[in-house]
Design a binder for this molecule. Structure first.
Ligand code: FES
Ligand SMILES: [Fe+2]
Length: 390
């Protein structure tokens, strides 16, 4: 297999100015997975999604429709709802001066409305955010771009979403947000975009599927990785038990492939399809050197005891893997600061990392430069490089 086996230059993991460029071009202009429809089952239920100063509010209206707005009062910009989820009853009331909005975003009225003699309510509704839906999952986009919609990208994986009935799963617990980790967001991707480390770094996953793990090449903004569950006896009790219960599953779940399947969508989200559950995880960049991991687990709407036991076990196996990956990310992120660091040298099994870097370079060619441009020059240099390519 022939491909360029080097990674991104070290400076790209440690540069505030580049981070600003990434924030807009990689994150705000691409689709962000916000939630699954089962995260907001009732009228008035909402979830929030904060990213890089933007704040989305997804709320289920009286007509049961889910809509997305900026979580920003039109009066003076206060947050309208607080926390990551909740229910706002029949209306959204701003906690600052109590402007009242309907669940469809229209302004019902300002408090002391006589003090706003000229207000036209039709013009002061909440600002909508672009929303996209695919098989039960909702995506938002904070800034317009020509990049494809999430539903477009995922279309080629539709049979998988159907197989796991993602339009009929329900949230198993709240969407969770990790502590902030001292890492650049790309480090999370670099660890996650290859299976080479599974054998050494993830005893649980290796025991479960390490013998038979493979990736497809990155294609049209998405990736596919598959861990076929091992046939050899397991060493760990969690895996042993998981496999035993899996063998006893009844139809229709007995028909599901004996694998853990991962589908990644650019730039930062991975779905996991397991016989017992569907999960997602995504990195949320906070600063160039700070990142959180947001994740959720969904269960079957008619979950049997066996499925519940399996989901408990897969959760345990996954929790260990998350901790292991977080540690690897921290170490990887520290590496460029060592004077001995000479970058990466990828195996065939790490081609996914390189492919992802290539996707980043296409979008932001400045990322490919060996040395950072002079201070204040990153955006200009990037624009020049883009112009040269076109
Ligand atoms: S900021 Fe919302 S009512 Fe004043
Ligand atoms: Fe990992």
């Amino acid at each position: 297999m022939s491909f360029n086996r080097s990674g991104l230059p070290g400076w790209t993991y440690n540069n505030e100015e580049l981070f600003e460029l990434e924030s807009v071009n990689i994150f705000k202009k691409n689709w962000q997975l916000a939630c699954h429809e089962s995260d907001l089952p009732e009228i008035g239920d909402y979830i929030t999604y904060d990213m890089l100063g933007e704040r989305a509010l997804l709320v289920r209206g009286q007509d049961k429709q889910i809509r997305a707005f900026h979580n920003l009062c039109r009066h003076r910009g206060s947050r309208l709802v607080v926390g990551e989820r909740g229910n706002c009853k029949n209306v959204i009331i701003c906690p600052f001066h109590a402007w009242v909005y309907n669940l469809d975003g229209t302004l019902r009225g300002p408090s002391r409305s006589e003090t706003f003699p000229l207000i036209d309510r039709n013009e002061w509704g909440l600002k909508p955010i672009e929303l996209d839906k695919f098989m039960g999952f909702y995506f938002v986009r904070f800034q317009p771009s020509n990049y494809p919609k999430a539903s477009n990208i995922l279309e080629r994986h539709k049979d998988k979403f159907e197989l796991y009935h993602t339009d009929n799963i329900i949230s198993a617990s709240k969407i969770s947000l990790s502590e902030s980790l001292p890492i650049n967001w790309k480090t999370v991707r670099d660890v996650d975009n290859e299976g080479y480390h599974v054998a050494q770094a993830h005893p649980g996953l290796h025991d479960l599927y390490g013998e038979n793990y493979w990736d497809e090449d990155y294609h049209y903004w998405s990736t596919v990785s598959v861990g076929e569950i091992n046939k050899k006896p397991s060493k760990l009790w969690t895996v042993k038990k998981y496999r035993k219960i899996l063998e006893q599953l009844e139809e229709p779940y007995s028909e599901l492939p004996r694998q853990w399947l991962y589908i990644g969508i650019f730039p930062n989200t991975v779905f996991g399809f397991y016989p017992d559950s569907v999960i997602f995880y995504q990195e949320i960049p906070l600063k160039y050197n700070e990142t959180q991991i947001r994740s959720a687990v969904y269960k079957r709407s008619n979950e049997s005891r066996a499925l519940k036991a399996l989901r408990f076990l897969s959760g345990r196996i996954d929790n260990s893997a998350v901790e292991e990956d977080n540690q690897l990310s921290v170490w990887l992120n520290e590496a460029p600061r060592s004077s001995a660091y000479e970058g990466s040298f990828f195996s065939d099994l790490e081609k996914g990392v390189r492919d992802y870097h290539d996707a980043l370079r296409t979008m932001l060619p400045v990322i490919g430069l060996d040395e950072p441009p002079d201070l204040g020059k990153i955006a200009v240099t990037n624009a020049e490089l883009l112009a040269k390519e076109n």
